[in-house]
Design a binder for this molecule. Structure first.
Ligand SMILES: CC(C)(COP(=O)(O)OP(=O)(O)OC[C@H]1O[C@@H](n2cnc3c(N)ncnc32)[C@H](O)[C@@H]1OP(=O)(O)O)[C@@H](O)C(=O)NCCC(=O)NCCS
Length: 154
């Protein structure tokens, strides 16, 4: 497996990973109407030109197939983080954390499914949140991790 930066021709693969990760892995924590509100279908347009707003997207590939991705916004917010099939999450997160060196803190709105993953990597729950998606409520958790300060310059 390799982790590399996003390319514009990843849009369809990212949309498919997103949709399947929601409907397979998150299905143990959310009901059918919540999963449909979260992802009704793979939507490649959503992932077109994905780094245009300054975010960095790392993509995991296994045998030339995209199996996951993670996104870091300029303010330290981890946005989309999805793997399908499972197995690439740790490598993706490690790439993000290395890329975020020098940022004071990382934060994420973690699904119930992803909460233990982030807890094991030093994030703390700040609050539970109810998010409205098209009239359907999904619960997630604002979580934060303070980063080591940058080494002083000599
Ligand atoms: C959260 C997510 C991105 C993590 O990716 P992943 O590929 O499962 O991550 P990893 O393979 O590194 O595994 C994470 C943990 O689950 C375990 N795991 C991996 N594959 C597994 C499987 N098939 N079944 C059960 N546990 C598994 C790993 O051992 C690991 O344990 P650790 O944290 O103690 O090391 C992924 O599970 C996912 O897409 N979830 C659904 C969508 C979602 O909720 N996204 C987050 C939005 S904030």
């Amino acid at each position: 497996m390799i982790v590399r930066r996003y390319r514009p021709d990843d849009a369809l693969a990212l949309a498919e990973v997103f949709h399947h990760a929601v409907h397979v892995t998150a299905a143990r924590d959310y009901g059918p109407s919540q999963l449909d509100a979260w992802s009704s279908a793979p939507l490649p347009d959503r992932f077109a030109d994905r780094e245009a707003d300054g975010r960095i997207v790392w993509v995991a590939e296994d045998a030339a197939r995209v199996v996951g991705f993670i996104e870091l916004e300029p303010n330290g917010h981890i946005d989309c983080f999805y793997c399908h099939p499972r197995g690439a999450g740790t490598a993706l997160y490690d790439a993000l954390e290395a890329g975020a060196r020098g940022m004071e803190q990382l934060f994420v709105d973690a699904s119930k499914t992803a909460r233990p993953f982030f807890e094991r990597r030093g994030f703390e729950v700040i609050e539970a949140q109810n998010v409205d998606r098209g009239g359907v409520t999904l619960m997630n958790f604002r979580m934060e991790k303070r980063q080591a300060p940058p080494a002083p310059r000599r």
